[in-house]
Design a protein around this ligand. Structure first.
Ligand SMILES: Nc1ncnc2c1ncn2[C@@H]1O[C@H](COP(=O)(O)OP(=O)(O)OP(=O)(O)O)[C@@H](O)[C@H]1O
Ligand SMILES: [Mg+2]
Length: 369
């Protein structure tokens, strides 16, 4: 992506090697001013390393990082317009809450009254007003996390770097803090770069998400675009659940490809910019909730394959079905919304039966690898 006018961060071929191992491989993208941007990927994919390079805690092996138009070069963390939020244990137990927050301003030329005012404002921002004199061991996990946030925002950075800041919290608190984080980011209007390996957290919080694997950025998009139009098998499989049908493109007709996914089984797939030629291998990806399971043969305008139910489980709001459709292929997962009473379902009873699996053409995604 070319550097755009409102880019707060511009990464150009940013690479980090530890010996022969490449932890981050030529990361090249922009993050806009005021964006809530997440780095998402499995453990060890390079998220923390990339974040630490942006913050100046780690020097890149090659490439350049611009923040607000300025090349960062080898500038140390305290000379960058960034601040990092570490996990809760990073707050000092021997200081009270206000002192912990004021620590963020320790190296700044500000007088005592200004420090007090800024600390109060930061406390209010993270909803800890009145708790300034508490010690760390008198705080809950969520409150400690808010202190860490307050300490980072008290110096009014242009960019806040957050490395799994909610990782130590239990699920309920984590969900509350997610909402607070998003509100905080909106009211501060600053750029957040948020690292997580929790896809739901990334999807619900972010304006855009970079999905990483093995040091590489695979795709950068909004949550809906990542879910609806993944650009490769890895992203498609990492975000949510996905069925993959391996096959061959037999024809390209306008903005659709005709794919053969089994002996004499042909389906249509929309083309949204992929370059495909007849004869080439391809993968069709379809989400479980986009597939319907029906008894009667569907209209020819829809894709349909004959299948046999192998297992089904009733989950209240939806039912999950696993269906075999072709001897050598993996079974297909189908997720059906239970809008009607279970007894009315074509699958009521649970015994193995012949069905049609069907989905509209536009529900499929063609992947090249
Ligand atoms: N100082 C280092 N020396 C050698 N290898 C390192 C160093 N720091 C990180 N690595 C390696 O670089 C890779 C990326 O590490 P990184 O911490 O960025 O992963 P991560 O995506 O943040 O993972 P996690 O979700 O587990 O925190 C890992 O394989 C890690 O072992
Ligand atoms: Mg990490």
């Amino acid at each position: 992506m070319a550097s755009s006018d409102n880019a707060m961060i511009t990464l150009s071929a940013v690479t980090k090697r530890f010996g022969a191992f490449t932890a981050v491989d030529a990361a090249t993208f922009d993050i806009a001013a005021g964006e809530f941007f997440s780095l998402l990927g499995p453990s060890g994919c390079g998220k923390t390393t990339l974040l630490r390079m942006i913050g100046g805690f780690e020097q890149q092996t090659s490439g350049e990082i611009l923040i607000d138009g300025e090349a960062m070069g080898t500038r140390p963390p305290n000379h960058r317009p960034t601040n990092m939020v570490f996990q809760s244990y990073a707050i000092f137990p021997h200081l009270d809450v206000a002192e912990n927050i004021a620590y963020g301003l320790a190296n700044r030329p500000v007088d005592k009254a200004t420090v007090a005012r800024k600390v109060d404002a930061a406390l209010e921002m993270v909803r800890l007003s009145g708790l300034g004199k508490r010690r760390a061991n008198q705080l809950s996990g969520g409150q400690r996390q808010r202190v860490a946030l307050a300490r980072a925002i008290v110096c009014e950075p242009k960019v806040l770097l957050l490395d799994e800041p909610l990782g130590a919290l239990d699920k309920k608190l984590r969900e509350e803090m997610q909402i607070e984080l998003r509100q905080l980011q909106k009211s501060l209007g600053i750029t957040f770069i948020f690292v997580t390996h929790d896809q739901e957290e990334a999807l619900s919080l972010s304006d855009r998400i970079a999905v990483m694997a093995r040091g590489k950025v695979l795709q950068i998009d909004s949550a809906t675009a990542l879910y609806e139009r993944p650009n490769c098998r890895e992203v498609a499989g990492f975000i949510g659940n996905m069925n993959f049908f391996e096959g061959r493109v037999v024809a390209v007709e306008g903005d659709q490809a005709v794919m053969e996914i089994g002996p004499d089984i042909r389906v249509r797939v929309p083309l949204t910019g992929q370059s495909v030629t007849a004869g080439g291998n391809a993968i069709l990806a379809v989400r479980p909730e986009k597939i319907d399971a029906v008894v009667d043969r569907p209209a020819p305008s829809r894709n349909a394959i004959r299948a046999t139910t192998r297992a089904s489980s009733y989950l209240g709001d939806r039912s999950l079905i696993l269906a075999d459709w072709h001897q050598e292929a993996a079974p297909v997962s189908v997720s059906l919304q239970n809008r009607h009473a279970a007894a009315e379902s074509p699958l009521a009873g649970g015994a193995a039966r012949e069905i049609w699996l069907t989905w509209p053409v536009e529900a499929g995604v063609l992947l090249s690898d």
